[in-house]
Design a protein around this ligand. Structure first.
Ligand SMILES: [Zn+2]
Length: 490
């Protein structure tokens, strides 16, 4: 996500076909079939999600766990989805609640016991009658109802768009030795973590709406005054779509990938599409081919600058026109860092966010016509970071500069943004100086290839870079991530 919000003056805004199937040693993937019936009057939806779940671990399961992120938007979840500073921007018409109600769960065709757990009922525990052993599969069907809040957020509706993201029960990642990862929602950062899976999604909605999504085999059937659009996605770690009555769409191809730009308020739409095309071109060339056939760039009502999902990025209509290209370039970089190479964004946010911010700077270095030079971005980041340290120390007495901590351990949004985005980009710039551009690029390419469709940890990242770059980088990363690299400021 790219934060664009007006908290203090600290935000960094002005800085300035390949292995899609059948690979031998790849584990089998979960398959989701999701059907959504959208009620546009009430902004609700009746849904069914069937998961063909495969146990890829070496443990036997008595139960399965799924995240229910929409419940972060419920009354119980108040305060979880946005900081007080962003409340008005999120809820321009006053606080509005939403959520997900589970109406029934069947396992292998039989009614199953289920309970809601965790903060704001954000976890669904489904009991299994028979233990699920390693490599075994089971089919879990869940019927649920969604209430969308009137919120400019990932899940919710605003004046122009209805955002369906993080809207369905998604399996918690299981890590051997650690169990299920059950971290919930939090306003700081993007608190998500999932494995890649295959998806078939079917959305039933009024014909007055246009559906923005990205997928293979996208088809739309007419049913009276309704459309039913079906699309599939293979090897993605999440799925999302956006509905609007006001969408225009223009498209272009970039390196064989169809880029569709959906917008309702962009006087420079052709330029925005052109930026997306260049971003696809640049990152594919720099890091490795984009493995999907299409990408949707979608203008939405959204509290922050933008948000990344596999094959779909959201760009907020509230982004100022001079920052719009930056946000597009940033969100598309996430297709590589978070989308294809995944990570636990709750506990290791720097892995995707810092690298994405740095990749964005590389993009602008390559396209001087934007008049946002790499050096300008880096020196702006350094000035912003020093300013943050100075002000924060004055206000709080002390400042925590560590990057490697869970999202809930960042006390405020500025602390998160300045350490993960700003300190993060400075760390990668220092790495570039240490290794040289060529070595860094070749290492990023190898990293992308090695960890495509997997989840990487901080330790794995550091080990990989140390080995590939031929330099002992443990100390380098430790000192940046632990907060030991000091910036001198007046
Ligand atoms: Zn981001």
């Amino acid at each position: 996500m790219k934060k664009v919000c007006a908290i203090f003056l600290l935000i960094v805004l002005l800085m300035p076909a390949f292995f899609l199937s059948g690979c031998e040693d790849k584990p089998a993937l979960n398959s989701y079939q999701i059907s959504v019936n959208f009620d546009s009057q009430n902004k609700t939806a009746q849904c069914v999600c069937t998961v063909d779940y495969v146990n890829n671990t070496s443990n036997a399961f008595d139960y399965l766990l799924f995240h229910l992120y929409p419940n972060a938007f419920s009354q119980q979840g108040e305060g979880l989805v946005c900081s007080p500073a962003n409340e008005t921007k999120t809820y321009p018409n006053g606080i509005s609640y939403g959520g997900i109600q589970i109406d029934g769960v069947q396992v292998g065709g039989k009614q199953a016991q289920f309970t809601l757990q965790g903060e704001a009922d954000m976890l669904l525990k489904v009991s299994l009658e028979n233990q699920l052993f390693p490599d075994e599969r089971v089919q879990v069907e869940m019927q649920f109802a969604l209430v969308l809040p009137n919120a400019n957020h990932r899940f919710g509706y605003g004046d122009d768009t209805v955002n369906f993201a993080n809207f369905y029960p998604i399996a918690c990642v299981y890590r051997d030795g650690e169990g299920f990862a059950t971290d919930g929602y939090i306003a700081n950062g993007d608190p998500f973590f999932s494995d890649v899976a295959n998806y078939v999604v079917s959305v039933d909605y009024p014909q007055s709406y246009i559906l923005a999504c990205s997928g293979t085999d996208k088809t739309t059937a007419l049913d009276g005054d309704r459309n039913i659009t079906t699309f599939s996605n293979e090897k993605v770690r999440d799925v999302s779509f956006v509905l609007s009555q006001n969408f225009n769409m223009i498209s272009a191809k970039s390196r064989g990938c169809e880029i569709e730009y959906y917008f309702f308020d962009d006087g420079n739409a052709q330029n925005s599409l052109e930026t997306a095309v260049k971003a696809m071109e640049f990152y594919s060339q720099s890091f490795g081919d984009y493995p999907y056939s299409s990408l949707a760039v979608v203008q939405t009502n959204f509290v922050h600058g933008g948000m990344e999902y596999p094959r779909l990025v959201m760009i907020s209509n509230s982004v100022a026109s001079e920052d719009y290209a930056y946000v597009i370039a940033h969100e598309i970089a996430h297709q590589w860092w978070y989308g294809v190479v995944g990570n636990d964004e709750y506990n290791h946010a720097w892995l995707d966010e810092s690298l994405t911010e740095f990749s964005t700077a590389l993009f602008f270095e390559n396209y001087p016509e934007y008049n946002i030079s790499y050096n300008q971005i880096i020196s702006g980041a350094e000035a912003n970071y020093k300013f943050f340290l100075q002000i924060y120390k004055k206000i709080q007495g002390d400042v925590d500069t560590s990057m490697l901590r869970p999202l809930d351990e960042f006390a405020t949004e500025p602390e998160y943004v300045n350490n993960i985005y700003t300190r993060g980009i400075l760390m990668f710039d220092a790495l570039k100086n240490q290794l040289g551009s060529k070595k860094l690029t070749s290492t990023l390419k190898a990293y992308f290839k090695q960890y495509a469709f997997k989840n990487v940890s901080s330790d794995e990242f550091i080990e990989f870079f140390s080995a590939k770059a031929g330099a002992k980088l443990q100390k380098f990363f430790d000192s940046w991530l632990n907060g030991d690299v000091v910036f001198v400021y007046a």
